[in-house]
Each structure stands twice: as structure tokens, then as C-alpha cells.
Design a protein around this ligand. Structure first.
Ligand code: UDP
Length: 237
């Protein structure tokens, strides 16, 4: 598509966002920077930006094929993708199939415990407040999203879980949990942000080896290799 990259409008922990000559489109640029614990731990994962860009785009295409609307438009380069210019709903939308991370800590449940049903939770995206958990009545009370939008977001999240769980099972990976973000675009809620080892927990189905950002968060070593391993399995290379 023939659009010109214009000024940067936002820089997050892992991506930059640029305006384009088309007001309905942005360009996202993925970085190798990694942070954890709300920015307290900082580092670089070499090659991560390229993998997260390409992997997210593969996942967005898979989800589109399954009837889920996403912000994806076109991959422009190894690190850059053209996306719809959404307004992000400031929520982290988290689905869990297996207990891990903050869920295990909060409820005293051993990591790896299979949950009887997938769970859905929301955190308010606000670094200054440390992304606190927030419930549906808080979200509507604070005008963050309407009840209808929350229903659309929840339905979308569970559907994404069904599609991704099946897809990853097919390549020998357990989808433990993941975080997504939703955006508003032309009066609709669509999937935005990214889907990558930064935002999902992936465990090898046979060995339970962690193949995601927990290797960085917990200093487990072989971080780059884990990202590469996931990407190789997805692309079958
Ligand atoms: N997650 C994320 N960004 C965040 C917090 C969580 O992408 O700011 C993802 C995380 O990678 C995991 C899932 O959401 O796949 C659940 O994370 P959890 O709430 O267990 O938080 P953590 O243990 O990472 O603090």
C-alpha cells in the first residue's frame, strides 16, 4: 500500500507507533527492548522485534480467517507493520488455561495447575498504578468501556483462546495464558497490539519447557533461543 511514514505519536516498552499519510492507518515498529515487572527490569532480546512482528502478523491472519477482526493491514518490513489507526481501550485482557504468574501468586495455586475452565480478567492499563485488576462494574462506572463493548471484548477473547489453543496444540505447545488489547475503529471493537512470546505463556507440550518471556523475567537463560524456537515451530522452518 502506498502510504508515507510520518511522525512518531507514541513509544511504548516494545513498540513505536507512527502516523501515516492516511489518517486511518498507523505504522507500528517493533523493538528488541524488553521490560518486566512494570519496567523495573530492563534488557534487550536480540531479534525479538523481528520475531514479534512476524509472529503477530501470522496470528492476526489466522484469527481473521476464523472471523475475528484485527488491526492488521500489511507487513511492511522485518520490524514494521501497517495497522488500522485504533483507539486502544486501556485494558489488559487476560485469558488463562493453566495457572501461572500473578494468578498463581494471588490465589496460592501451583503453577501448571490446569484450570477447570478458561478464566478472563481485566487489568487497567496504567503504569503509574501498576496495572491494577479491574472488574466489569468498575470498567463501566469509570466510562472505560460500555457493557456492550465489554461483551464484545469478552466474546472475542474466548474465541481467540479457542483458535490459538488448537493452533498451538498442533505444533506441540501448550497455551498457558495470554494478554490481548482491544481497539476502537469505526465504531467497532477489534483486536490490536501484538500476540507474541512477550504477551503469551507457551510451554512445550512434552517437557513443559518455557518458551516465552518468563525466560527473561526469571533469568532462565536461552531467551533468544526460546523466541526463535516458537517462531520456527509456527513457520515450520
Ligand atoms: N502479560 C502481558 N503484559 C502485562 C502483564 C501480563 O503481556 O503487562 C501477559 C503475560 O505474558 C502472561 C499473561 O499476560 O502471558 C498473564 O500474566 P500475569 O497476570 O500472570 O502477570 P505476570 O506474572 O507476567 O506479572
Amino acid at each position: 500500500m502506498n502510504v508515507t511514514k510520518l511522525n512518531q505519536i507514541y513509544e511504548g516498552k516494545a513498540k513505536k507507533v507512527f502516523k501515516t499519510s492516511d489518517e486511518n492507518l498507523y505504522i507500528v515498529e517493533y523493538k528488541d527492548d524488553a521490560t518486566a515487572f512494570n519496567g523495573v527490569k530492563k534488557g534487550t532480546i536480540t531479534g525479538k522485534g523481528v520475531i514479534n512482528n512476524k509472529m503477530s502478523n501470522i496470528m492476526f491472519k489466522l484469527l481473521e480467517q476464523n472471523g475475528i477482526k484485527t488491526h492488521f493491514v500489511e507487513e511492511l518490513s522485518d520490524r514494521e507493520t501497517l495497522v488500522k489507526a485504533v483507539k486502544i481501550v486501556p485494558l489488559e485482557i487476560i485469558i488463562r488455561n493453566v495457572a501461572a504468574g500473578s494468578f498463581s501468586k494471588r490465589y496460592g495455586v501451583e503453577e501448571g495447575t490446569i484450570l477447570k475452565n478458561p478464566t478472563l480478567e481485566f487489568s487497567l492499563k496504567d503504569d503509574a498504578l501498576n496495572d491494577p485488576l479491574i472488574n466489569n462494574s468498575h470498567i463501566t462506572a469509570l466510562n472505560i468501556a460500555t457493557e456492550q463493548e465489554l461483551k464484545n471484548i469478552s466474546d472475542m477473547a474466548y474465541k481467540i483462546n479457542d483458535v490459538m489453543k488448537k493452533f498451538f496444540a498442533g505444533i506441540g505447545i501448550k497455551l498457558i495464558d495470554f494478554k490481548i488489547e482491544a481497539g476502537r475503529f469505526q465504531n467497532e471493537i477489534i483486536l490490536a497490539d501484538e500476540i507474541s512470546p512477550d504477551t503469551c505463556r507457551f510451554w512445550d507440550a512434552e517437557t513443559n519447557k518455557k518458551l516465552d518471556k518468563d525466560r527473561f523475567r526469571r533469568d532462565l537463560g536461552n531467551v533468544e533461543e526460546a523466541y526463535q524456537e516458537i517462531f520456527s515451530r509456527i513457520t515450520n522452518k
